[in-house]
Design a protein around this ligand. Structure first.
Ligand code: HEM
Length: 181
């Protein structure tokens, strides 16, 4: 996983829980990286899961809920770092349709080793869009948080659902975004 994901997780924990909590988590995780993350480097996925699991114990919050909250935070910050000349979608639907083909494609152009998920549109109407999420990292709850933040950015009133999930033994997740217009 790219270091930028870890640096944003660190920022979120330090600003919301405090520096001491971040330090305590690192101490308990005993990570090979030592917990010093550089945005452009790569780190084992297990380190992200170890940090989130420890945060779940410290805050007494379910891991999936924490991933959702982190997804909301992460989207805002990753979106800020995306140059408008690369992609400046005018609608939520445009943004979601460009996840694989523009946004994550750009991530892979800048870093050949990047491994963003596959997020393809399988159905789309004015009212509803269905995205298929595929990734060995199984971070669908992170994706749901990111979708929530993306909808808020466009001031869209949406309901999100995941009727099919990798964690229930399927080979992909179905992410459904329903617009209330
Ligand atoms: C609603 C919008 C988005 C969704 C749902 C989404 C979803 C995700 C998810 C779930 C991951 C974790 C890896 C995995 O599951 O396999 C990821 C990774 C990543 N995404 Fe996105 N993303 C979104 C927008 C963005 C934007 C705007 C950027 C800005 C450049 C971005 C850049 C990245 C990067 C750099 C990674 C790390 C890849 C790696 O570790 O190699 N994403 N994305």
């Amino acid at each position: 996983m790219k270091g930028v994901i870890f640096t944003h997780l660190q920022e979120m924990i330090e600003s919301e829980q405090g520096f001491q909590v971040w330090d305590a988590i690192l101490e308990r995780c005993d990570l090979a990286s030592g917990g010093v993350f550089v945005a452009t480097e790569r780190y084992p996925d297990e380190e992200l899961f170890a940090i989130v699991t420890e945060l779940s114990t410290v805050t007494d919050t379910a891991i999936n809920d924490l991933l959702g909250v982190f997804g909301e935070y992460l989207f805002v910050n990753l979106h800020k770092s995306m140059p408008p000349e690369v992609f400046a979608p005018l609608t939520l639907w445009d943004l979601l349709k460009g996840l694989d083909s523009i946004i994550h494609m750009e991530v892979k152009k800048l870093d050949k080793k990047a491994q963003p998920p596959s997020l393809t549109v399988v159905r789309s109407s004015d009212k509803e869009m269905v995205l298929e999420y595929r990734s060995a990292k199984k971070l669908c709850h992170l994706a749901m948080g990111m979708l929530k933040s993306a909808a808020a950015m466009f001031d869209e009133d949406v309901t999100l659902a995941m009727p099919l999930c990798i964690h229930d033994g399927h080979d992909h997740c179905e992410l459904v975004i329903t617009r209330h217009v």
